[in-house]
Design a protein around this ligand. Sequence first.
Ligand code: PMP
Length: 305
Amino acid sequence: PLTPTPFIWMDGDLVPWDDAKVHVLTPSLHYGWGVYEGIRAYATDAGSAVFRLREHIARLRDSARVYLMELPWTDEELVEAVRELCRVNGQESCYIRPIAYLGYGEMGVAPQLDAVRLSIAVWPWGSYLGDKAETEGCRLIVSNWQRNSNQTVPPLAKATGAYVNSALAKVGAQRAGYDDALMLTANGHIAEASAANLFLVRDGALITPPVSDGILPGITRDSVITFARDLGLPVTERSIPRSEVYIADEAFLTGTAAEIVPVASVDERPVGAGGVGPVTKQLRDLFQEVVRGRNETYARWLECV
Ligand code: PMP
């Protein structure tokens, strides 16, 4: 269950958690026209720090552009808002959820786009897929719900309405007894999980679907690609046919909430030797070191609270 924190930032004000309300007639509720982000702050030896905050704000702005929304705050103001919110809520290590949505005006499918509102909430959030998935790997199933495509709902924007697609896949997977779903593109290529990107390891090299296949350009995905290149591990961004996942040496998911989680099986086929594979472990250990401020090379990715 969600643990409340004292305040939610709403259009520049710090509002008590229970009073952070939106009118029922917002078009963002009726038609799903809104954009959001998921960010994490970590406790480091030098205090709390937000991981790649500026990149997340840039992606929020990109998502807003796709949906013709102008965010009424500058990047600098949003960075300050997030830092202030973490401080006033006394959260060292938390999940951060900014969301831009619409105030209500005329009703109708074409929403009035000149009343953009912005809220930010933070709350403690532990392991997304559970401790068992962290140590033994998660169990995935390929969803029969196709991933949103560029011809339907743009996958590279993190839009509220787009997530009914992910939610259908996730709920279906969970009801069938799996941790999460992998979703395919119209061409039968692997796109991503419901809220995380996929990487395969084959012969010591990383393979991940390209953004052009219709995925969210994950910031954790970008971090892992950077780590791999710096470690001298080859990385290829190319289409992955469904069955290639079955024969990978290792596979793992990346996401802000999920972090880096090994994949134990896909469609009941064990991936690799089980547990946390050596390449997955190397990247995950580095990621944990970086977000905890114990690695100078990537210190630029931490925004002190
Ligand atoms: N794909 C989808 C559909 C997601 O919702 C997320 C989570 N934001 C990701 C991938 C991973 O992106 P990031 O690493 O930026 O959190």
